[in-house]
Design a protein around this ligand. Structure first.
Ligand code: PGA
Length: 241
C-alpha cells in the first residue's frame, strides 16, 4: 500500500486526477469504478479540465459507479445518477452506453438489479481502477460496519451515522433513503487497482483505523489491507496528528 499525504484538498484532487488520467492514457478502454460524495468533487473538476485542455479522451472508458440509493428514481436531484450527470458525465465524453450505475428506482426488483450489476462488472472483464472514499464510520461504498468481506453487489440498510451525514443533502429526515444498492467488499477487492481518497479532519480516525488497525469486518475499509495494489491519498487534515 502506498500512502500519499498532500498539503491540501486541491493537491489531493490534482494527484487523484493525474493518476486516473495516466491510467486512461495507458489503457483507453479502462474500466473505472467511481465514487460519489464530497471527496471526489475536486478530482472530477480536474478530470473535466484535463478533458478540455489536455485532450484527455474518455470515449472508450467504461465506468461503474459503486452505489445508488434505493427507492429514488434516476431523475431525482439527490440520486447518484443525477450527481454523476451534473458533476462529470455532462462535461466529458464518456459514452452513455459505457456509464453504469445501479438502478435504485422505486418498485425495481432490487435483487435482480444487484445480480445484473455484478454480472455487468464481471462481463466487462472486471474493474481496472476503483476509486473510493471512506465514511466516518469506516464504510467503503455503502458497505457499512459488519459487511462480509465476501459480499458482492446487494441491497443494504444504511447505518445511522451514514443517514445522519446525508441530512444536509435532503429536505427532511423522511426524504433520506434508508437503503441502497452497493457493490460489495469482494467486488471492491476484485478490482486490479484501488485508489482511496480521504479529506478533512472528520476522516482522520476512520483512516487511522482502516490503515493501521487489524483487518476486521467492523472496519470495512480495513479490507484494503488485503489488496496488493492500493494507493491512498489523504490531505494533511485527514492524517491523525
Ligand atoms: P464523502 O463521503 O466523500 O461525502 O465524505 C464518503 C463516504 O461516505 O464514503
Amino acid at each position: 500500500m502506498r500512502v500519499l499525504v498532500t498539503p491540501d484538498y486541491r493537491t489531493l484532487s490534482e494527484e487523484a486526477a493525474a493518476l486516473v488520467a495516466r491510467a486512461v492514457r495507458m489503457k483507453p478502454d479502462l474500466a473505472l469504478g467511481l465514487p460519489t460524495g464530497n471527496t471526489p468533487l475536486g478530482m472530477y473538476e480536474e478530470l473535466i479540465r484535463k478533458h478540455r485542455q489536455e485532450e484527455l479522451d474518455f470515449s472508450r472508458v467504461r465506468t461503474f459507479n459503486l452505489d445508488e440509493y434505493l427507492g429514488i428514481a434516476p431523475g431525482h436531484p439527490r440520486s447518484y445518477h443525477a450527481y454523476m450527470k451534473t458533476r462529470f458525465f455532462d462535461h466529458v465524453n464518456v459514452r452513455p452506453e459505457h456509464a453504469h450505475i445501479p438502478d435504485g428506482s422505486p418498485g425495481i426488483d432490487a435483487a435482480l438489479e444487484c445480480e445484473r450489476y455484478e454480472n455487468a462488472i464481471r462481463d466487462s472483464g472486471g474493474i481496472d481502477l476503483l476509486i473510493v472514499g471512506i465514511g466516518t464510520n469506516g464504510h467503503i461504498a455503502f458497505n457499512e460496519p459488519g459487511s462480509s468481506f465476501d459480499s458482492r453487489t446487494r441491497v443494504v440498510s444504511l447505518a445511522p451515522e451514514t443517514i445522519q451525514n446525508a441530512w444536509k443533502h435532503f429536505a427532511n429526515e423522511a426524504e433520506i433513503p434508508k437503503h441502497a444498492i452497493t457493490v460489495g467488499i469482494r467486488t471492491i477487492l476484485d478490482a486490479r487497482h484501488i485508489l482511496l481518497l480521504a479529506a478533512g479532519p472528520a476522516k482522520a480516525e476512520a483512516i487511522e483505523r482502516a490503515l493501521r488497525s487489524p483487518v476486521s469486518e467492523s472496519v470495512p475499509a480495513s479490507a484494503i489491507q488485503l489488496h496488493s495494489d492500493v494507493i491512498v491519498i489523504l490531505d494533511e487534515a485527514a492524517r491523525r496528528h
